[in-house]
Each structure stands twice: as C-alpha cells, then as structure tokens.
Design a protein around this ligand. Structure first.
Ligand code: NAI
Length: 384
C-alpha cells in the first residue's frame, strides 16, 4: 500500500501541538509528511519545512499551499489545521471547498454560525472534516465507550468530567503576552478556560456515553480579578439519554498538571479513567471488586485492540492517542479510495458536528455564567 500524503498548516518550530501531530501522523507508516505552511512568518515556515524534508512543498502561507496543492495531480490526501483558534474557520472552509479532507484543531471555530457553516460546507463537498479531540484516541477511552455500549455498567446515570490544571494561576504571570491573550475577548472569544479545556471534557462525556448534551447551567469565575474571561467553571448538564453531567474546568488549580479525567456511573457499575495514567481503566461492577483493566490486554474490544501498539506494561501516551485519530482517518480515506466500507471500529474520529456542538456549549456556558447559572439550551440551532 502506498502511503497517504499529509500536510499541516501551523505547528511550526517551537509550537505546542505541532510535534504531536507530526509524531501521530507518522507513527503507523500510513501517512507521509508531504507539504506544509508551518509558520505565520513565511520565511521561517519555508525554512523549517525544508529542514523537515518538504522540499518545494514547504509553503510560505496557507493560501500558497492551497494554490500549490490544488494544482498538483499528487495533491495531499489530508491537511491538518494546527494554527491559532481564530484562523481555523477560514482555512478549514477553504480547504474543504477545494476538495481536501481536513483535520482541524479544536475549537473548530469561534462562533456557532461559523460552526454550522463548516458542517454545511463539509456535507456539500463530501469531504471528511474531523476535529482533533485527540484524547478520544486513547485505547482505553475507546474501550470505555465499547464497555458502556455493550451494557457492562447498565444504563448510565451520571458522568463526572474534569479538565483542571494550574498553569495560569500565577498573578505575576497574568500580563505575560503568552497568557494574556487567552483571557482577552478580542482574541479568545466569549470563553477562555471552558473553550480551551472544558470542551475536551464535555466532548469526552458525549464520546464515551454515546449521548449528546442538551442543556446546561454554568458557574463561571475569574479567580484572577484582572481577567475578563473565566479561568474556572463548574458546569452542570443533561444529556439526551437521560444522563446527568458534572464538569469542572480550571486553569488556577495549582498542583494539577494536565487534569483531564472522566468517571461514568451506571446502574450496574462504574468506570474511571485519567489522562495522566492513560494505560489503566478502573472498573467497578455493582457488588463486585474494583478491577484494573490494562491497555494492551488481549481481546478487550475491537475498538481497543486496534488502537494499541506497545505490549502491556509499557506506557503509551498522548502522541499515540493522536496517532489513533490519524489511523482512523487513514482507514476512512483509504476505504473511500478503494470503494469499500470502512472498519466500523475505526469509525470513531470526532466530526465537524462535534466541533459545532462544542461551540454551542461554549456560548451557553458563557451566557449561563452571566445569568447566574440559568439553565440554557446547549444545542446548536441546526440540531434543535
Ligand atoms: P502555538 O502558538 O504554540 O503555535 C501556533 C503555530 O501556528 C505557530 O508555529 C505559528 O507560527 C503558526 N501559525 C500561526 N498562524 C499561522 C498561519 N496563518 N499560517 C500558518 N501557520 C500559522 O499554538 P498551539 O498551542 O500549538 O495551538 C495551536 C492549536 O492547537 C490551537 O487551536 C489550540 O487550541 C490547539 N491545541 C489542541 C490541543 C489538543 O489536545 N487537541 C492541545 C494544544 C493545542
């Protein structure tokens, strides 16, 4: 099988998320890093791209890359958009319209209207528009989803999700340009911490339960007084299958490092997983004993088995979770090229619809926070 051709926009030298995408896309030998517009500074982007082996397919801007790749017969099969948030909409839309499959970083857009537009454009173009809720790529998160779907914990009653870290807690650091923009409405939109981290936790609640969020009530605060946007939020929500949701997200929780975790409680059991120990899933059957499920155990579920590589007892981490999103996308793209059905266990990559739902939740959280926790519809108008 020939490798699929992959390109990236953003993710330049020194960026936070670029290396995880390069590692993830290359890990299984399914994609070849072929083209990129990696930096907002043209010369630096070309120079870095050439150093990474892109030759004359290292472009100075995403517009040049769009023109250059559109004109080629051997154009890239997938482009990842890993630029700052406010640029996602324009770039993703342009590449979809030109007939490219896209993996867009989260948050997919800055507004609900833009999110709906991306969903429409993706549908019209017939191209894949995936959104990088990369933590859903973890093998044991997929197993958790499979266990819930096959009834191992019975009907789900309650989900408790967290994404709370302490990296913006230092008041002395709050004016640092690297931190300040995140809490500036002009650059970040209506929400800071929930839009940055909370949406990962909320999407994961939907991913593992197979239910969508319908309404929510939020208590949002700026613990550092000079901040306009929230650095901490507690969100209560309800899901369309009747599940009750609780979510805490924070950037001032000193001592917490990454802080993404999820617990799901059903009528006959409970499950617990944390991003910082992703190789273990805790399962408690009602009336039984607490069990530790290890990543890499044989025959867990088709979804878990296809997303594990290293033998049991050796840790897999975040770039390998991203690699599973790329593995799904490679399967989806190859199946289309070959005119066959894709492996259902691979059909789990987050979609533009998920990105849109997150945007509607972001707006509802910000508005509910302003209205002292009023319960608001959290669904995008398109899905109401
Ligand atoms: P960053 O600021 O560290 O890097 C951004 C990169 O994009 C830089 O190399 C910059 O030169 C480049 N860039 C900016 N504008 C560009 C343009 N118009 N054309 C080409 N390149 C451009 O940002 P970071 O932290 O890497 O975040 C990027 C995106 O990834 C954000 O949307 C963020 O929310 C998302 N992210 C997602 C994570 C996940 O777990 N899915 C984790 C961290 C970030």
């Amino acid at each position: 099988m020939t490798k699929l051709k992959w390109g990236m926009i953003g993710g330049g030298e020194g960026s936070q998320i670029g290396p995880a995408h390069r590692l993830g896309s290359g890990l299984d030998g399914l994609f070849e890093f072929t083209a990129g517009a990696l930096d907002h500074r043209a010369a630096e982007g070309i120079e870095y791209g050439q150093r990474l082996g892109l030759g004359n397919r290292a472009y100075g801007s995403w517009q040049d890359m769009l023109a250059g790749e559109s004109a080629r017969e051997d154009r890239i099969d997938l482009v990842t958009v890993a630029t700052p948030n406010s640029t996602h909409f324009e770039i993703t839309k342009a590449f979809l319209e030109a007939g490219f499959h896209v993996l867009c970083e989260k948050p997919m857009t800055m507004t609900v209207a833009e999110g709906e537009e991306i969903v429409r454009v993706a549908e019209k173009s017939g191209k894949i528009c995936a959104v990088n809720y990369g933590y859903t790529g973890y093998s044991l998160v997929r197993h958790m989803k499979a266990m819930i779907a096959r009834g191992d914990i019975g009907k789900v009653r309650l989900v408790n999700a967290e994404f709370a870290h302490g990296h913006h807690a230092d008041a002395a650091d709050a004016d640092n340009p690297r931190v300040r923009w995140r809490y500036d409405p002009a650059q970040a939109g209506v929400s800071a911490q929930f839009a940055d981290c909370g949406i990962h936790a909320m999407h994961m609640a939907s991913f593992v339960t197979g239910q969508e969020v319908t309404k929510l009530s939020a208590d949002t605060v700026s613990c550092l007084e000079m901040r306009v946007l929230e650095d901490d939020a507690m969100v209560n929500f309800r899901m369309d299958g009747g599940t009750v949701g609780r979510l805490w997200t924070s950037s001032i929780a000193i001592g917490r490092q990454h802080g993404l975790g999820i617990q799901v409680f059903g009528e006959t059991g409970g499950l617990r997983w944390s991003q910082e120990q992703p190789n273990q899933l805790y399962y408690m059957p009602l009336g039984g004993r607490l069990q530790v499920i290890e990543r890499g155990e044989a025959n867990l579920s088709p979804e878990a088995d296809r997303t594990t590589r290293v033998t049991i007892g050796h840790a897999e981490g975040m770039p390998l979770a991203f690699a599973n999103i790329y593995k799904d996308l490679a399967e989806a793209i190859s199946a289309r090229k070959e005119g066959r059905e894709m492996d259902p266990a691979a059909n789990l990559y987050p979609r533009a619809e998920d990105g849109l739902r997150s945007m509607a939740a972001v707006v509802a959280v910000a508005e509910s926070g302003k209205q002292d926790g009023a319960w608001l519809d959290a669904r995008p108008p398109m899905f109401q």
